[in-house]
Design a protein around this ligand. Structure first.
Ligand code: TYD
Length: 206
């Protein structure tokens, strides 16, 4: 049996990931393509508890290292408990963020360094790599406008525009060396962006 396709969505806060992820889910459902959807941090009992700690604005004293290790802990749990078993059963996995988020947010923006984040990412995922990563690239001001329509910012969103700019640069730097990461201009209509996503995914499926 062939393994499932592992698809990840990435981008700064407010980049429009959820809309695109929903469009892909709708199309998979319509076409009878089997998939599961997961999100990071979270997606498991243990992971959702870690998520609450990570995003709680009251936890503003959290150190950068504690934050990094909590993201990796949630990732280790979901990879072993959910992602690997699904892929091995031939089920496609659509993941809202995966380890590239850690590279961009903790590695680049928080300056924890690629050596450390690469090492922890490998350990936490047992070397489970996405087949394709859809990076929705947008300037932080546009993203911030979109995001503010969604309500109060969580602890990480509250770090502001300069932080989101550093995250964006981290993603773009990372994309230069990773063939699987497809950089998509997210400052377009949802339909135009989705058309590109559809073409990329169907190239892999067929
Ligand atoms: P979430 O509400 O899921 O954000 P979004 O809808 O934008 O995906 O919150 C996740 C937050 O955690 C988001 O600000 C990105 C951040 N994050 C990291 O800093 N490192 C990571 O490894 C992951 C997975 C997320």
């Amino acid at each position: 049996m062939s393994k499932g396709l592992f698809i990840t969505f990435e981008g700064i806060d407010g980049c429009g990931k959820s809309t695109q992820l929903n469009l892909l889910k709708e199309e998979f459902t319509k076409q009878g393509i089997e998939f599961i959807e997961v999100r990071e941090p979270g997606g498991t009992r243990v992971g959702e508890k870690i998520r609450t700690i990570l995003l709680d604005r009251k936890n503003d004293s959290m150190t950068r290292m504690a934050e990094l290790l909590l993201f990796e802990a949630a990732r280790a749990q979901i990879t072993e408990e959910v992602i690997i078993p699904a892929l091995e059963k031939g089920v496609n996995v659509i993941c809202d963020r995966f380890y590239d988020s850690t590279t961009a947010y903790q590695g680049y923006a928080n300056k924890m360094g690629r050596d450390l984040t690469d090492f922890l990412n490998l350990k936490a995922t047992n070397e489970t790599y996405p087949d394709i990563t859809l990076l929705l690239d947008i300037d932080p001001e546009t993203a911030c406008r979109r995001r503010s329509e969604r309500g109060e910012a969580d602890r990480i969103e509250a770090l502001g525009l300069a932080y989101q700019e550093a995250v964006r640069e981290g993603y773009l730097e990372l994309a230069k060396s990773e063939e699987r990461i497809k950089v998509l201009d997210a400052d377009r209509t949802p339909e135009a962006i989705y058309e590109e996503i559809h073409n990329l995914i169907w190239d892999l499926i067929s």
